[in-house]
Design a protein around this ligand. Sequence first.
Ligand code: FMN
Length: 172
Amino acid sequence: MTSSSADAKQFRQLMARWATGVSVVTVPEGGRDYGLTVNAFLSVSLEPPTLLISLSREADTTPVLDRARVFAVNLLAFDQRAISERFASTISPEEKFADLRLSRGVRGAALLPETLGALEAEVTETHDAVDHRLYLGRVLRLHPGREALPLLFYHGRYAESDGVRSLSVNPA
Ligand SMILES: Cc1cc2nc3c(=O)[nH]c(=O)nc-3n(C[C@H](O)[C@H](O)[C@H](O)COP(=O)(O)O)c2cc1C
């Protein structure tokens, strides 16, 4: 670290004020499913539809995605906190997916039930970024889900757990 870097703790504290949605990224390989909770997800471009996710190089799913090159981003609804916690824990892939009624994307990625929807993508570029790896994906197929509020992550906590069940959105 150079002397011009901001303090890591203060960086974390300020970033905690940035609210995000929560997704579960799933990757199919050899008839098995892998996956993890991800909030480092954004839309990069509309033409062609392109998204970006950032995965820790420490995550078990990262080398799997390097091989499989296909993934789905499942957008969690406000009442799917347990799913988020499950996919953020260090249990086996089999345990993560146990008892979930999955459907499949066109390239085989697992689509979780009861989500807001899922985006299935093919990796087009990867970039090593410090201790993470960035994956750009061309969106192959959109899988609409249910109309519901999102699960939100803010200040290191889930907004739903604080009782936030309604958001007011200004009319267009
Ligand atoms: C709300 C939330 C968001 C997360 N976002 C990311 C993320 O964007 N990228 C990442 O690599 N890990 C993220 N994590 C941590 C991973 O989900 C966690 O390390 C997981 O156990 C990795 O699973 P794996 O080792 O089986 O791949 C997040 C965790 C939580 C609770």
